[in-house]
Design a protein around this ligand. Structure first.
Ligand SMILES: NC(=O)c1ccc[n+]([C@@H]2O[C@H](COP(=O)([O-])OP(=O)(O)OC[C@H]3O[C@@H](n4cnc5c(N)ncnc54)[C@H](OP(=O)(O)O)[C@@H]3O)[C@@H](O)[C@H]2O)c1
Length: 219
């Protein structure tokens, strides 16, 4: 299986690429012209494209079986970032998927999307634009999975962390290491029961250990 990962230069995106490679998948990293990416494996190729260049994006997405979207507006003074990246950027990626025939798509979104009164919205109403991005994906043209993580952290100590997997709009706080989010994205690729589901994820050492497969039977 060949998977494309957009936002592969990001802190979650590069981990998704690593986890996919560990599972033996071929990876196409899709990043911006000036993104920093580690060229790490013979099973990886990197495409540098702008999301608003349809032809270049189509070319980058050709001949892949699935797309994992890990793009997200980076915190900045430009408050239009979330609209441009988390809604329009997702829309453009999905239009490209339709043109080149990719059906299977995993989107890294966030807990609390759609909530108006939330401190995160001080950054360009990000939770509203993320919900709009999610809604573009929730479309019969696609076999979609939306992963909604809590606050992301850089911890790589994941052995004692267990994931709480729940359905849409059931978790409103909590955090999770990006490494575990990356694993969820890759687990979703090989699990048909994750199709057409929104999966909210946080983690803690106090949660019971549940496999992704088992969790999908209850969501
Ligand atoms: N931070 C949190 O606590 C949190 C919580 C829940 C959900 N999330 C969401 O989870 C996802 C991953 O978060 P993260 O913190 O790991 O991401 P990140 O490190 O900020 O990486 C963001 C990625 O998106 C790319 N990107 C940004 N603007 C772009 C544009 N205009 N065109 C193309 N690519 C663009 C970046 O490329 P460059 O490397 O070129 O900048 C980078 O690869 C995001 O959607 C984020 O909103 C975050």
């Amino acid at each position: 299986m060949k998977v494309a990962i957009t936002g592969a230069s990001g802190k979650t995106g590069f981990r998704i690429a690593e986890e996919a490679i560990k599972k033996g998948l071929k990876v196409k990293k899709i990043v911006r012209k000036n993104s920093n990416v580690v060229e790490d494996s013979k099973n990886t190729e990197t495409f540098r494209v702008s999301l608003d260049n349809n032809d270049a994006l189509d070319k980058a997405l050709e001949n892949v079986d699935a797309l994992i979207i890990a793009t997200g507006a980076r915190a900045s003074l430009d408050l239009t970032g979330p609209a441009k990246v988390d809604a329009l950027g997702v829309y453009r990626q999905l239009q490209s998927c339709k043109r080149v025939g990719i059906k299977r798509i995993i989107l890294v979104s966030s807990l609390c999307t759609g909530k108006l009164f939330h401190p995160l919205n001080l950054f360009g109403l990000i939770l509203i634009w993320k919900k709009i991005g999610e809604n573009f994906l929730r479309n019969p043209s696609f076999e979609w999975t939306i992963i909604r993580p809590g606050g992301l952290n850089e911890s790589e100590k994941i052995e004692s962390e267990n994931i709480d997997y729940t359905k849409e709009d059931t978790q409103f706080k909590g955090s999770i290491p990006r490494r575990l989010v990356a694993k969820c994205c890759v687990d979703a690729l090989s699990n048909k029961q994750s199709i057409n589901k929104i999966i909210e994820v946080t983690s803690s050492s106090e949660n019971k250990k549940v496999s992704f497969k088992k969790a999908m039977q209850n969501i």
